[in-house]
Write a protein that binds this ligand. Structure first.
Ligand code: ACO
Length: 330
C-alpha cells in the first residue's frame, strides 16, 4: 500500500479531532467536505458561522458533521485566556491582551489543543508560516526533552530503489533558519522518530555538508561534524553518520569511496541539511526537477501536532495534511 493510503487508513481508525483554523477559506471548506466524507478525522472549523454558511451554500459544499466555532464569541474564551496568562505570566501577558488575541483563529486553535478540546491543528493556506507557528510555539510548546521544532518533507519517488522503498526524508525544510550544532543533532534524532512513526522507516541518517569526513576544512564543515557526534551521543542506537556530501550519502560507490565502512553512506534514507536555505531549496529542486512528490512540511517536536500549509496548497494537500496530523496525534 502507498504511504498516503497507509496514513489515511490509520487516520480513519484514530478519529482524532483536527482544527482547521482558516474555516472561511474555500480550499479548506472543500477539504473539510472530503475529510468528513472519507471519515479521516473529526473536524472543527474556526470562523464566523454565517460566513461559512454563505460560502458553503454558494459553492454547494456539504460540511454537515463539522463543528463550527467562532473564536470571537466562543464561551471558552475566558478559560483559554486564563490559561494563556498562566503560560506567559513571565512575559507579562494580561487577560485583556489574551482575550483580544483569542479573536485570531491562529491563537484560538492552539489553545483548543492546549485545553484538551482538540488533538491537532492545520493552517497556512492564507497565513504565513511564522504567523501559524508563533502562537503554537508560545502556547503548545515543545515535547518534553525537545527544544527545537522543525519540519520534514517525505519525498516520494516513482523509482523504488531510491531511499527506503522510494521514500527519502528531508529535514529541516521549514522552521529553523540557522540551527547550531546541538539543534542539528536534535533535528536528526527527532526526524528519525517521525520517519519511523509516519512511514515505518528504519532510519539511516546522513548529516549533509559540502565535505565528506574532513575532505574540506571550514567552520561550516566542523559544525556538521560536531552535530553528527552530538547526535550519535544523544541516540547511540541510531545509524547516524557525517559530515558527508549528498553523493556520498546516496550513491553506494561514492559512499564507500569517500566514507569507507560507513553504515549510512550510500544507503541514507534521512537527509539532515545544514540550514534552512539548503533544505528548503533542496526539497524544491528534487520536487521540481526529479518529479518527486513532496509531502509536508510535517512539523515535529511540538507537544501536539500543528502543521503549516503552503499558501499555494491544493484541496488534496489539505486533506493529506489532516490525515498526517491525525497520525501524529496518535
Ligand atoms: N523550536 C522551538 N521553539 C521555538 C523555535 C523552534 N524552532 N523557534 C522559536 N521558538 C520559540 C521562541 O523561543 C519563543 O519562545 P518564547 O516566546 O516563549 O520566548 C517563541 O517560539 C516565539 O519566538 P519568536 O522569537 O517570537 O519568533 P521568531 O521570530 O523566532 O519566529 C519562527 C519563529 C516563526 C519559527 C521563525 O523561525 C521563522 O519564521 N522561521 C522560518 C519559517 C519559514 O519561513 N519557513 C519557510 C517556509 S515553509 C516551506 O517552504 C515549506
Amino acid at each position: 500500500m502507498e504511504l498516503l493510503d497507509q496514513i489515511k487508513e490509520k487516520a480513519r481508525k484514530l478519529q482524532n479531532r483536527i482544527v482547521l483554523a482558516e474555516g472561511t477559506e474555500l480550499r479548506t471548506l472543500k477539504a473539510a467536505e472530503i475529510i468528513i466524507k472519507e471519515k479521516l478525522a473529526r473536524i472543527t472549523l474556526l470562523g464566523s458561522p454565517a460566513e461559512i454558511a454563505e460560502l458553503t451554500k454558494a459553492e454547494g459544499i456539504n460540511i454537515s458533521g463539522a463543528e463550527i466555532i467562532d473564536p470571537s464569541t466562543s464561551d471558552k474564551r475566558q478559560h483559554y485566556a486564563e490559561m494563556m496568562v498562566e503560560i506567559r505570566k513571565s512575559k507579562g501577558l494580561t487577560i485583556e491582551d489574551a482575550l483580544k488575541s483569542l479573536n485570531n483563529p491562529l491563537v484560538f486553535g492552539p489553545m483548543m489543543i492546549k485545553a484538551g478540546d482538540a488533538d491537532g491543528e492545520i493552517a497556512g493556506a492564507i497565513n504565513a508560516t511564522g504567523d501559524v507557528l508563533r502562537p503554537a510555539l508560545q502556547f503548545v510548546k515543545t515535547l518534553p526533552g525537545v527544544s527545537v521544532v522543525s519540519g520534514v518533507f517525505f519525498m516520494l519517488f516513482k523509482d523504488k530503489s531510491i531511499g527506503d522503498n522510494g521514500i527519502l526524508v528531508f529535514a529541516d525544510c521549514a522552521v529553523m533558519p540557522d540551527p547550531d550544532e546541538k539543534q542539528l543533532a536534535e533535528i536528526a534524532v527527532t526526524t528519525a522518530k517521525t520517519a519511523k512513526a509516519i512511514a515505518n522507516i528504519e532510519p539511516r541518517i546522513a548529516m549533509l555538508s559540502f565535505s565528506t569526513k574532513g575532505s574540506a576544512k571550514n567552520p561550516l564543515v566542523d559544525k556538521m561534524a560536531n552535530a553528527t557526534r552530538i547526535a550519535q551521543e544523544m541516540a547511540p542506537e541510531l545509524m547516524i553518520d557525517g559530515e558527508m556530501q549528498l553523493d556520498a550519502a546516496l550513491n553506494e560507490e561514492v559512499g564507500q569511496l569517500k566514507a569507507p565502512g560507513s553504515k549510512v553512506a550510500g544507503k541514507a534514507n534521512i537527509l539532515v541539511f545544514p540550514g534552512l536555505e539548503a533544505a528548503n531549496i533542496g526539497y524544491k529542486l528534487v520536487q521540481r526537477l526529479a518529479g518527486a512528490e513532496a509531502i509536508g512540511p510535517v512539523l515535529q517536536g511540538m507537544a501536539a501536532p500543528i502543521n503549516d500549509l503552503s499558501r499555494g496548497c491544493s484541496v488534496s494537500d489539505i486533506v493529506n495534511m489532516v490525515a498526517i496530523t491525525a497520525n501524529q496525534a496518535g
